[in-house]
Design a protein around this ligand. Structure first.
Ligand SMILES: *[C@@H]1O[C@H](CO)[C@@H](O)[C@H](O)[C@H]1NC(C)=O
Length: 283
């Protein structure tokens, strides 16, 4: 039996709850990521890398921000950011839930070639807390920056129209299933293979420009290999993309970046960068 007293309590409780919800419309699980602040930080990162001057990030970073390069924590001024690069291409994707960006960057200059993936994470105040970068160069797996640039520029990464976007969970699950193929016999069945689909593994391109291009050619047949671990994600529903950084254990514990783009629920593009601790990558 519900007495009027209890009912009154319930009403007061509910109005209190409503007030709390209105006070924090997105709740603590969904921070209010500021896209323009994140875009400015990604631009500052590109400017700093172009100049080889970490100081140009000063206004964007928090007091105790961290820097990681090829899966190792470093002082930023001792890393690649202190080397000026001629940037030929960059594309930044936005994760508006995790407050993070992923930037793909190519410097094809033969004197200083790099293909770089960078995840930048922001704190609640919008300031950068972590710059996490996978920087492939000479000796990295299938490295040829000039070719990578050529292929990347052929692809279309237009934003996906609002009604046609895949869910965050689905995009993430597709990327995870793909990375699980080395260590799980059932993972390949969980990848939403698309047609056409093309893989750009550093400079090796599976695409032939045909409508039946497939990403299945040469996928792992040995599912008992070491797993791809320590995964870090940046998910952009508008791009249909997920960037996953990991440890590519079966290839010299390499630092690895895989980026996936889905279109209409199906895998369309895969980009990879794999750096083996300064050594020549071999399987
Ligand atoms: C599969 O990979 C594991 C781990 O590297 C290796 O021990 C095994 O020999 C491989 N199996 C085949 C059939 O190549």
């Amino acid at each position: 039996m519900v007495s009027s007293t209890n009912f009154g309590f319930l009403a007061a409780f509910l109005s209190g709850a409503v007030h709390v919800v209105l006070g924090h419309p997105l709740g603590s699980a969904a921070p209010d990521c500021d896209r323009s602040v994140m875009a400015e930080a990604a631009d500052a990162y590109i400017a700093a890398q172009t100049a080889g001057n970490v100081g140009m990030l000063q206004h964007a970073v928090g007091d105790s921000w961290e820097y990681e390069e090829n899966n190792k924590k470093k002082e930023a001024h001792e890393g690649l950011l202190s080397k000026a690069l001629k940037v030929d291409h960059r594309r930044t994707n936005f994760d508006l839930v995790a407050c993070a960006t992923y930037t793909e960057l190519i410097a094809a200059d033969p004197a200083n070639p790099f293909v770089i993936g960078t995840q930048i994470r922001h704190g609640v105040d919008g300031r950068v807390t972590l710059i996490d970068t996978i920087a492939s160069t000479t000796n990295s797996w299938l490295f040829d920056a000039k070719k990578t640039l050529e292929y990347v520029l052929q692809e279309e990464w237009d934003p996906i129209p609002k009604g046609k976007r895949d869910s965050r969970d689905m995009i993430k699950a597709a990327g995870d299933a793909y990375l699980d193929m080395w260590s799980s016999a059932t993972a390949a069945n969980a990848v939403p293979w698309g047609t056409p689909c093309t893989r750009l593994e550093e400079s090796a391109y599976t695409g032939k420009g045909r409508p039946d291009d497939s990403c299945k050619a040469g996928i792992p047949s040995n599912h008992s290999q070491a797993p791809n671990t320590r995964r870090r994600y940046v998910i952009d529903e508008a791009m249909g993309s997920v960037s996953i950084f990991c440890v590519w254990e079966h290839m010299m514990m390499a630092a690895d970046s895989h980026e996936f783009r889905l279109e209409g629920g199906k895998l369309r593009y895969v980009h990879t960068m794999t750096e083996c601790g300064g050594q020549r990558c071999t399987l």
